[in-house]
Each structure stands twice: as structure tokens, then as C-alpha cells.
Design a protein around this ligand. Structure first.
Ligand code: FAD
Ligand code: FES
Length: 277
């Protein structure tokens, strides 16, 4: 087995890009060393550092599924220097990949339980990897529901996945936007309100949520109203990272390092951390 060194960026080639929204671009990449690509493995929720030569590196969740390893997928929202340079790249261009880093969703402990995914905007990225993994191991899980929201239809990412997710009979998918828009045939309403209307049962269920801080705040309140306990709710943190391997101290919250103890935390674990988020 060819070992991958998490301290060194592996040269990789962009196979394909998808302009998801005006500010989110998806990159499908493959490591240039075929032996390293063949032996690459990761767990749903783990992240990678993508580097643009001459610009630096930034952290993104690997949002493809470990059950589909012909490429690694990252979806990048434009924020500053590195992400803007990434948005300028196209198929055939080179990037560096340091991965996999961090912990993962406890998908083993979730077996046999109902799963409620609640994603907002680019926060759908970490959910996508776990959702695809569960759909590829469908018999292991109970009911699967997805609530995915964006501000407007144009801000909705992963459009290539949506026809499959909405058509499948083995999951329930609700897509929502904040305000009415011409041609929109799905739900209209803010994610926490739509979640309360969906009213998933907390019995033997786990909720996995990721999105902007304001959405998370009100989604947590909605989940509590529905009866979900702190240990039944998982999210991922996006505290800025540098080394990614627990050495530089850049990503700490109290005694925890997001890069090695996270980015996945249960709400019960988050409540134990100092309020620095
Ligand atoms: C564990 C983890 C997973 C992530 N997954 C994804 C993902 O899948 N897709 C994605 O688009 N982004 C993701 N991010 C965020 C992404 O890493 C940052 O947007 C990126 O590092 C910005 O780099 P930049 O050089 O373009 O911007 P910079 O020039 O470094 O920053 C531009 C602006 O964004 C702010 N900023 C930068 N990073 C963060 C951050 N982590 N949290 C809040 N504000 C920030 C800066 O303060 C500044 O205002 C993730 C971050 C972490 C830590
Ligand atoms: S990023 Fe260096 S310790 Fe976490």
C-alpha cells in the first residue's frame, strides 16, 4: 500500500469543474500518482487542504463519497485569495492535495437510526459526502430525510444531484428558498421554519446540520423544540486551519483542535467547549 504523507501536498489534476452558483465552484480532482490514488481512502466528514501553487492552501471538506473513489470532489465558495485563485482554475490545471485530515461523522454509531440532514448553502458540502455514503449502504440506515435550503434558486448548489435526491423513493427531500421566485416549484421558507413543519420524529433519530451560523442557531432551537437531545445532533465547524495536523495551534477552541478533534462535533460536545465560535 502506498502511504500518503499528510504534511506534503500531493500533486493532483483537476478533471472537471462545475460552476454550482455565482460564488461556488466544484472541483473533481485525481492524484497524479496512480498508486496513491488507488490506495487513497477517507471517511465521510474528513477534509483536505487544497493548494494553489504560488497562492497558498485552504481547507475544504471532501464532499464525494468514500464509496466512489474515482475522483475526490471539493466545492469552493469564493472568500479571499486562495479561493479566488481556485475559481480561476479549469480542467487540466494542477493543484496540491493534503488529505485526509480531521475526524469524521460517526456513521457506524448511526446505523439502524433515522437520519435527518439539514443543510444551508455551502453547508450542504459535508452533508453530501455522508448522504451519498448512506445511500450506497442504504440497508444500514432507517428513514433518510434531507432539508436543503438556499437564499434563491440560483444559490442552490449540487444541482446535478437534486433530480436524483428528489425522485428517490428511499429518502424524503425538501428543497427550500427564502422568498418566492419565478419558476420555483419547491418549498418557500426559512430552514428552521420548514424543519418545524416537516417535524421529523426524534425517536431513534440523528440530525446532521451544517450551514451559516445564523441558520445553525435557529435550526438548533427548532431541533430542540422537536425533542432532539444534544447528543442526537451533529455539525461540522469551520474554524480556520493552518497545519491541519494538530501542531500549530491555529484552530484551537479551548483544549480541542478542530483539525484533529473535529471538524465533526455533536452538539453535546460543543456545549462543553468555551464560547469562542
Ligand atoms: C474544516 C473546514 C472545512 C471547510 N470546508 C469548506 C468547504 O467545503 N467549502 C468551502 O467553500 N469552504 C470551506 N471551508 C472554509 C474555507 O477553508 C475558507 O473559506 C478558505 O480557507 C478561505 O481562504 P481564502 O484564502 O480564499 O480567504 P482568506 O483571504 O483567508 O479569507 C477571506 C475572508 O474569509 C474569512 N475566512 C477565511 N476562512 C474562514 C473560515 N474558516 N471561517 C470563517 N471565515 C473565514 C476571512 O476572515 C476573510 O474575511 C472550510 C473550513 C474548515 C476549517
Ligand atoms: S490547524 Fe494547526 S493545530 Fe489545527
Amino acid at each position: 500500500m502506498t502511504e500518503i504523507n499528510p504534511y506534503l501536498p500531493e500533486p493532483a489534476t483537476i478533471l472537471e469543474t462545475i460552476q454550482e452558483t455565482p460564488t461556488i465552484k466544484t472541483f473533481r480532482v485525481r492524484l497524479d500518482d496512480p498508486a496513491k490514488m488507488r490506495s487513497f481512502s477517507f471517511q465521510p466528514g474528513q477534509v483536505g487542504q487544497l493548494s494553489v501553487f504560488g497562492a497558498g492552501e485552504a481547507t475544504f471538506v471532501i464532499n464525494s463519497s468514500p464509496t466512489r473513489l474515482d475522483h475526490l470532489q471539493f466545492s469552493v465558495m469564493r472568500a479571499g485569495e486562495v479561493t479566488s485563485r481556485l475559481h480561476g482554475l479549469a480542467a487540466g490545471d494542477k493543484v496540491g492535495v493534503r488529505a485526509p485530515l480531521g475526524n469524521h461523522f460517526p456513521y457506524e454509531a448511526m446505523k439502524g437510526r433515522d437520519i435527518v440532514f439539514i443543510g444551508g448553502g455551502i453547508g450542504m458540502a459535508p452533508l453530501r459526502t455522508l448522504l451519498l455514503f448512506m445511500l450506497d449502504n442504504r440497508a444500514d440506515y432507517g428513514k433518510i430525510s434531507l432539508l436543503y435550503g438556499a437564499r434563491s434558486p440560483v444559490d442552490m448548489a449540487f444541482k446535478a444531484d437534486l433530480p436524483d435526491w428528489t425522485a428517490r423513493s428511499d429518502m424524503t427531500t425538501v428543497l427550500t428558498i427564502d422568498r418566492e421566485a419565478e419558476g420555483w416549484e419547491h418549498t418557500v421558507g426559512l430552514i428552521p421554519n420548514v424543519l418545524l413543519e416537516m417535524a421529523p420524529s426524534p425517536d431513534n433519530a440523528v440530525a446532521v446540520t451544517c450551514g451559516p451560523p445564523i441558520m445553525i442557531k435557529f435550526t438548533l432551537q427548532a431541533l430542540k423544540r422537536l425533542g432532539f437531545g444534544d447528543e442526537q445532533i451533529y455539525t461540522t465547524l469551520e474554524k480556520r486551519m493552518k497545519c491541519g495536523v494538530g501542531l500549530c495551534g491555529r484552530c484551537n477552541i479551548g483544549a480541542k483542535y478542530v483539525c484533529v478533534d473535529g471538524p465533526v462535533f455533536s452538539y453535546a460536545q460543543l456545549r462543553e467547549l468555551p464560547n469562542e465560535l
